[in-house]
Design a protein around this ligand. Structure first.
Ligand code: SAH
Length: 224
């Protein structure tokens, strides 16, 4: 996997930066408005997460395989979920589904303190080693994120990057007051993006477009 990173692939040259600028313009035309989110997409190298054979696709607005049957989310999806979280510097953010770590890097660029949990041990180990080599330092956890990460709760923001059959109770419980949870909920193949906002213990629910995520596994997820 490129993901373990040879030096030549990690190099961020003018060509990669140019392609990234083009991706940012594309996300703008697709409706992403938050300048801080667009800046973060413009900063984080995405090509370093790709296998050599797929390198040419790194700045297309598409999801791609990262091994272990998992994917690096589509840039539009990353931008959409991040925008809906309204991240402020210093926010404590829990991410369910570390995967490649790309989404975690975007959150870190926005100044968030990031706690990220991954169910797949191989991906967890790879990403835990790889992200710090790029200069990104979230707190990594291995386990079933459908139960959240109670030891570090509450969180100002929670982002679920796998498709869930229901909104896990544990995540609602671990959300701070004035907190925001963004989660794709629905079937195994397609889900509706849902945002929950907690204010004085009262939840407000908003629904957005349809997306296609890999399934959230675990106690409040799908059976493997
Ligand atoms: N955020 C990732 C995309 C992740 S794809 C990125 O930026 O690349 C979804 C990830 O969720 C996969 O890596 C999958 O293994 C993980 N996952 C599925 N169920 C999970 C669970 N219950 N807890 C934690 N991670 C889970």
């Amino acid at each position: 996997m490129a993901f373990l990173g040879s030096k030549s692939m990690i190099e961020d040259n003018y060509k990669q930066r140019g392609l990234r600028g083009k991706l940012v313009r594309k996300l703008r035309t697709k409706g992403i408005r938050n300048e801080a989110v667009l800046d973060a997409i413009g900063k984080v190298p995405r090509h370093v997460f790709f296998d050599e054979a797929l390198l040419g696709h790194a700045y297309e607005d598409k999801a791609f395989p990262i091994g272990e049957g998992q994917t690096i989310s589509q840039p539009y999806t990353v931008a959409f979920q991040t925008e809906k979280l309204e991240i402020k510097p210093g926010d404590k953010v829990l991410e369910i589904g570390t995967g490649s770590g790309y989404q975690a890097c975007i959150l870190l660029e926005l100044g968030a303190k990031v706690y990220t949990i991954e169910f797949n041990k191989i991906l967890y180990e790879k990403t835990k080693e790889f992200l710090p080599s790029l200069g990104y330092h979230p707190y990594f956890f291995l386990g079933d994120g459908s139960k959240g990460v109670p030891v570090r709760a509450p969180y100002d923001k929670i982002i679920v990057t796998a498709g869930a059959p229901v909104i896990p109770d544990a995540l609602i419980e671990q959300l701070a007051d004035n907190g925001i949870l963004i989660i794709p909920v629905g079937g195994r193949e397609k889900q509706t993006m849902v945002r929950l906002t907690k204010k004085k213990g009262v939840l407000k629910k908003e629904e957005f477009d349809t997306f296609a995520f890999v399934p959230l596994l675990g106690k409040q997820g799908w059976k493997p």
